[in-house]
Design a protein around this ligand. Structure first.
Ligand code: HEM
Length: 256
């Protein structure tokens, strides 16, 4: 998940939203003065992100989980994992396009919610779907049901992101290493889409996975575009600084 200028370790922005970034520290004081509403907004976002779980609990208690409650819970938690991933990955593009840096303050929380729903989704599979039948799960994960193999890989990649999300761990790791690790979010996102796509392809029902795939392609594509632009700028500034073009070479050749 993408870089967060507000809390991260030195070195800058990470990709996953599961921990902080640097960059804007000096811009902090005036912003803090202006953003008294931020703690309330954080509480609101927290409650909003918790709503899908509360809904499941209420539906469970009022017998509204449908004819197949396990399927309902699996699908609901899977969908919310994917939605949270999309939201977390949308924060940096929205911040860059619309100049809303305060959005970064929510990224760590939302990244942890993505992991939380992923963990609930996985726990539903292990407990309610498979009843701890480790052999059957091993078969699924090792390729009998490829969409599960891919989903499992996506979830495993979220674990180091969640573990390194506390500020103290991020600081100890150092900005650059932390950032590099948090690029795993991009692989998680691709595998999550593949997981959903593969599952629905078996049912010939690709309309919804296609929507998520388009959104994710846009969010990841924006980053590819920025990276290419950065490389081009670096190449240009590198060539303008190269001996052939440098002032010192010119002046040296003039003196010769
Ligand atoms: C980043 C991790 C993951 C994401 C984003 C994700 C997302 C999803 C989504 C969106 C669905 C379909 C929901 C629907 O039909 O509306 C789904 C279904 C499912 N996922 Fe995942 N998933 C992840 C990881 C896993 C893992 C680790 C497992 C198990 C090892 C798993 C097992 C399943 C199963 C069994 C289904 C239901 C299949 C069915 O109803 O036929 N997923 N997942």
């Amino acid at each position: 998940m993408p870089p967060d200028p507000h809390n991260a370790p030195a070195g800058g922005a990470g990709a996953s939203g599961l921990a902080p970034d640097t960059v804007v520290r000096h811009a902090r004081r005036p912003m803090e003065r202006r953003q008294r509403w931020l703690p309330w907004a954080k509480i609101a976002v927290f409650l909003l992100a918790l709503a899908p779980l509360l809904r499941l609990v209420v539906y469970g208690l009022t017998d509204r989980l449908g004819a197949n409650p396990v399927e309902f819970i699996t699908r609901s938690t899977g969908t919310w994992t994917l939605v949270m991933l999309c939201v977390v990955l949308a924060i940096t593009p929205v911040r860059r396009w619309f100049g809303q840096s305060w959005l970064l303050r929510f990224r760590r929380m939302l990244g942890l919610f993505a992991f939380f729903y992923g963990a609930l989704h996985f726990a539903t599979y292990v407990w309610l779907d498979q009843w701890f039948d480790w052999m059957s799960m091993l078969h699924d994960v090792s390729g009998k049901r490829p969409f599960i193999t891919v989903g499992f890989a996506a979830f495993v990649m979220m674990i180091p992101l969640a573990l390194t999300s506390p500020h103290v761990v991020a600081r100890r790791m150092g900005g650059r290493r932390w950032q590099r690790l948090h690029r795993l979010i991009y692989a998680t996102a691709v595998l999550a889409i593949l997981h959903y796509w593969w599952m629905k392809a078996g049912k010939n029902d690709l309309a919804q996975p296609a929507i998520y795939a388009i959104v994710m392609a846009g969010l990841l594509g924006a980053r590819v575009q920025w990276a290419l632009r950065r490389l081009r700028t670096q190449a240009l500034s590198g060539s303008s600084r190269s001996p052939a073009n440098s002032d010192s070479t010119v002046s040296r050749s003039r003196t010769r």
